[in-house]
Design a protein around this ligand. Structure first.
Ligand SMILES: Cc1cc2nc3c(=O)[nH]c(=O)nc-3n(C[C@H](O)[C@H](O)[C@H](O)COP(=O)(O)OP(=O)(O)OC[C@H]3O[C@@H](n4cnc5c(N)ncnc54)[C@H](O)[C@@H]3O)c2cc1C
Length: 417
């Protein structure tokens, strides 16, 4: 089933009776060439690229819940390539390029909208840090434009520019940054993988990883044992628990991150905006809701809902930056479980068990990473070699201390902030 404008028109005129399910609902087979644990964005994208680029079609994605029920359907949908550190910057740059061709590639509307992202700064020191970040982005081949206060006002006239505590000095505009509809990304990759023969098996929780003579031989699931000589873990917030099934202790803590959405409003925020003096970011969905979030709840948890202190903190930050949003009614809030690494950067690597691979540590930024993570993890699983865009995402950096990265760009140079 291909999507096209003509098809939508024809179905609209004939009662929408011709649409078929986007993927099959197969029973698990006894054996596959490879298994992916976790049917979130990363697991589904990995299966898609394994089938598309490496011709591996006798594979299955095992998902304990339903497609789109994890973080891939819970995030605030921001897609950007404005990372500072080497390692991260080339990876996210690669990801944004894949995003830019994704809808054509998947023949699926993921509502990718490059509406521009503006990171605000509020002091001379912060301006210096953003100038440096902007230069790094341009060197990487991405786009960055430094705006002064009046430049920001021209884009975002509704901000509180007169705030005496946090005056707005300017912003870094990343025109190719934006948003995409999160669950459509999961559906698009699921459909694309299924079309190439991948089995997507929902309601199938992995409960054990079978290892013999140091090599993986399969998994135990709530739907029986499944054999495979290659297994990839892409379980996001549950990575630590799944890796423990193979006797591994990951350098990961799981924390809740909350998000919020208001009632639908007429278009009023047409960029992604992030506040430089508090952890607050906001955009407006195509349905009109203001979608926003802030920092992690400050303790480890596997709960998918958050707590009130962070709600208060996020609302305060929003009101400080754009008092107009005080008039909007918040409809819903929810949480997702973040797989946080000590340096805030991900892991895409082999493990100590032959045939067992891991893709985790996406922290609060793994939605934008979905296409590149799938591409790079598929490369690793298929060829046993790291993809050039992800070769710094090594698991052993936390043991050896060599190659530790820092997503915020602070690293050992705290004077940058
Ligand atoms: C509130 C919030 C806001 C965010 N905002 C952004 C943002 O704006 N931009 C951005 O880039 N990132 C953002 N993120 C981060 C991003 O959503 C995640 O990093 C990313 O989605 C994680 O990868 P995933 O999609 O594969 O995860 P998931 O969708 O969580 O997939 C993992 C899957 O593994 C399954 N699983 C776990 N254990 C097992 C098991 N034993 N057996 C079988 N299946 C199992 C789970 O059920 C789940 O479906 C945000 C996250 C949250 C929660």
């Amino acid at each position: 089933m291909r999507f096209s404008g003509l098809r939508v028109l024809r179905e609209g005129l004939t009662g929408n009776k011709g649409w078929r399910p986007h993927w099959r609902d197969p029973a698990p087979k006894a054996e596959y060439d490879a298994l992916i644990i976790g049917g979130g964005g990363h697991g589904l994208a990995t299966a898609y690229y394994l089938a598309k680029r490496y011709g591996m079609t006798n594979i299955a994605v095992l998902e304990k819940g339903y497609i789109g029920g994890g973080n891939v359907g819970r995030n605030t949908t921001i897609v950007r390539a404005n990372y500072f550190l080497q390692g991260n910057s080339e990876f996210y740059s690669h990801s944004l390029k894949l995003w830019e061709g994704l809808e054509q590639d998947l023949n699926y509307n993921v509502m990718h909208s490059q509406r521009g992202l503006i990171n605000l700064f509020h002091s001379d020191g912060q301006r210096d840090a953003f100038v440096r970040r902007g230069n790094a982005m341009i060197n990487q081949g991405d786009d960055a434009i430094l705006l002064d206060r009046e430049g920001v006002r021209a884009h975002l006239p509704y901000l509180d520019f007169e705030n005496t505590r946090f005056p707005i000095y300017g912003g870094l505009l990343h025109p190719r940054g934006g948003t995409a509809r999160h669950d459509a990304v999961a559906w698009g990759f699921a459909r694309g993988a299924d079309l190439r023969g991948v089995d997507i098996i929902q309601n199938c929780e992995v409960t054990g990883i079978d290892i013999e003579n140091g090599a993986v031989i399969g998994v135990q699931t709530t739907r029986g044992a499944i054999r495979a000589k290659k297994v990839g873990i892409a379980a996001a917030g549950r990575s630590g628990q799944v890796a423990a099934m193979a006797g591994m202790r990951l350098p990961i803590e799981s924390h809740v991150l909350q998000a919020f959405v208001t009632e639908g409003l007429k278009p009023c925020i047409d960029h992604v905006v992030s506040f430089g003096m508090g952890h607050f970011y906001i955009s407006q969905s195509d349905k009109g809701g203001l979608v926003f979030g802030g920092d992690l709840d400050f303790y480890a948890s596997y709960a998918s809902r958050g707590n009130l202190p962070m709600v208060e903190h996020v609302m305060e930050a929003g009101m400080t930056l754009m008092p107009m949003i005080g008039k909007a009614k918040v409809l819903r809030s929810w949480g997702g479980i973040m797989d946080m690494t000590p340096d805030g950067s991900p892991i895409i690597d082999r493990t100590g068990v032959d045939g067992l691979f891991i893709d985790c540590g996406w922290c609060y930024g793994g939605f934008k990473a979905v296409p590149a993570s799938g591409d790079c993890f598929a490369h690793l699983i298929a060829t046993d070699q790291p993809h050039v865009a992800a070769e710094k995402f090594r698991l052993d950096r936390f043991r050896t201390g060599v190659g530790i990265m820092d997503e915020e760009g602070t690293g050992s140079q705290h004077n940058l902030h």
